[in-house]
Design a protein around this ligand. Sequence first.
Ligand SMILES: *Cc1c(COP(=O)(O)O)cnc(C)c1O
Length: 381
Amino acid sequence: MIPYSTQSISEEDIQAVVQQLRSAWLTQGPTVDLFEEALASYCGSRFAVAVSSGTAALHLSMVALGVGHNSLVWTTPNSFVASANCARYTGADVDFVDIDPATYNLSVAQLKQKLEAAERARRLPDVVIPVHHSGLSCDMAAIAQLAQKYGFKVVEDASHALGGSYHDVKVGSCAYSDLTVLSFHPVKNITTGEGGAVLTNDEKLAEHLRRLRSHGVTRDLNSMKYPDGTPWHYEQTELGFNYRITDIQCALGLSQLTRLDAWVAQRNELAKRYDGCFIDTPYQFQQGDPQCLSARHLYVLRVPEGRRDEIGKALRAEDILVNLHYEPIHLQPYYRRLGFKPGDFPEAEAYGNDALSIPLFPALSSEQQNLVISRLTRFFV
Ligand SMILES: *Cc1c(COP(=O)(O)O)cnc(C)c1O
């Protein structure tokens, strides 16, 4: 069996977790701080706040930016549902911007058009969430420019993109956004089992995210309204959550992070090999800005001639577990009930009908990759 993605766990990872289990701290301890410092330092952001999942990171990002009832959040339909659900948790309205058929990312041209129309209709978005599909950064300079012009905040969903870069900055630097969200689910580029993080350069936002992660509770004297001098006094200043990550998870994350660059290099080598094998076939693959290093979380082929389902099923029958990332969010029953329908975002819908994620992960052997390639190329000889 060859999955489309899977984690790599080393003996060092296991030892790191065991060592943490033998320590005084299972949660809310120093390894969380160390993991956060390592993430921020790797990505080039000032702060990182680690949480229990990428979804929690997205939800807290919305709350910290003041998104709520009457807010409007835009994202891409070509993402995991969490990219849109995070806004719905707060009661905000969600809308989508169609994708660029070559990059699979939110189309900046479409975003521009939609913003012009939204300005005329006097309902501009409060937040836009670009998603770096497959690990390829969106055009962040262009999005940041539009954010300035139209006054919205930007939250990058970089769940696929840890280890990648945009022009001369690492994804996660927040050079072009307010917040960047990461996920450490086992299929992603590094894992903590479940886990996520929010990166930012804004100290106030980082503090707020930390408070929201733990029930909205503070032990900081300066933030207290009724300090009474006792050591056990704490104050809940707002409604928060328990979205904490454990020290056990962070021990794994720290250990994984040491191999991230090597993994991204391996992913890029495997992807380059796929590119070379598919370039003269009817299959199409993601076209990236050459100034961006993709973190290559996924390798997606677009299958022509209405043959995606047939080819996808044939590969799965041979235990090559190809998958689809993603069925457009707006066509999920929940979003259809909110009024979205087929035809709303044609490029994302076309992608949903012809895309196939094929196996890509650091431990994919060349024998396995050869098998995947030969199984795919035989359909178009
Ligand atoms: C995985 C993923 C998420 C959610 O992350 P979890 O850690 O599974 O909650 C959100 N957005 C995208 C694009 C993802 O791939």
